[in-house]
Design a protein around this ligand. Structure first.
Ligand SMILES: [Cu+2]
Length: 294
């Protein structure tokens, strides 16, 4: 029985490890946050743990007080209830105590929010993401002719030809045809808007989540610390296909990014194919980029 439990645990660990090796995305039975790929997400993970240091003791204290009241002041033990209605000391304590606790939570929380929404001066590049019913489109601010493309969910038919490893890297309902490509270690300013209804751009591993509102340009940023393929989703209910407009960001070395960008100016499909061949090895068999035109 014990061995079986260990085997299950080991299998789970393999599963977690294997999927994290391919791409940053949610895993089955996951309850915690995704591992961080940016400094902001590191801070968010820290803040979550920090908050628990308040939440758990407070919850236990309230539970303890409730148990004391239930036991000590039940009718059997305390037939004549006290008629006390005020106690100034207690009222001061239960007002000032929570205020202090809230300050301890609010100050780092607002600091983090400010950091999230304030791109550092002189970002290395700017990408604009536009939410549409139901896909994302992206624009790169590069020279005279900005690069722009749509990014659509990779359909089941297009995934059918993928090998096992590729299926893990290009998961169902998360993989897209044209990924956002950015260089590793560079500050990317992200402008987010929408063309029709409100969407939201969310990339859990980056600690990015910002509304995409028609007629309004929201600004945030990220600096990915490691290369990889990252998945996020639209996070504002935007219509019937809200669940089918994922976000994929591929973080690559600067030289690969430069090569991709140069090639993408003339042929995005070929640029994507070349990039995948150089980052994924030759395992990739299906022409993911080919269904771009739709
Ligand atoms: Cu949506």
């Amino acid at each position: 029985m014990k061995n079986k439990a260990y085997a299950v645990l080991a299998a789970l660990a393999c599963l977690l490890f294997a999927s994290s090796a391919f791409a940053d995305k949610p895993v089955e039975w996951q309850t915690g946050l995704q591992s961080a790929a940016t400094g902001i997400m590191e801070e968010i993970r820290w803040f979550e743990q920090y908050t628990l240091w308040f939440i758990i003791p407070i919850t236990l204290l309230v539970l303890l007080l409730l148990i004391i009241v239930v036991v000590k002041f039940r009718e059997g033990a305390n037939p004549v209830p006290s008629r006390t209605s005020h106690n100034t000391l207690i009222e001061v304590i239960w007002t000032v105590g929570p205020v202090i606790v809230l300050l301890f939570l609010a100050i780092p929380s607002f600091q983090l929010l400010t950091a999230q929404l304030t791109p550092p001066p002189n970002p290395d590049m700017t990408v604009k993401a536009t939410g549409n019913q139901w896909y994302w489109s992206y624009e790169y601010e590069v020279g005279e002719n900005p690069l722009s493309f749509d990014s659509l969910l990779l359909k089941d038919e297009d995934r059918a030809g993928l090998g096992k490893e590729d299926k893990a890297a290009y998961p169902r309902l998360l993989a897209v045809d044209n990924e956002v490509v950015v260089p590793v270690g560079k500050t990317v300013r992200l402008l987010v808007t929408a063309a029709d209804v409100i969407h939201a751009f969310a990339m859990p591993a980056f600690g990015v989540k910002i509304d995409a509102v028609p007629g309004r340009l929201n600004e945030t940023w990220f600096k990915a610390d490691r290369e990889g393929l990252y998945y996020g989703q639209c996070s504002e209910l935007c219509g019937k296909d809200h669940a089918y407009m994922p976000i994929a960001v591929r973080v690559v070395a600067q030289d690969k990014y430069d090569a991709w960008l140069a090639a993408a100016a003339t042929n995005l499909g070929e640029a994507n194919k070349a990039l995948m061949a150089s980052t994924d090895g030759a395992a990739k068999t299906v022409d993911v980029a080919a269904n771009a035109a739709q």
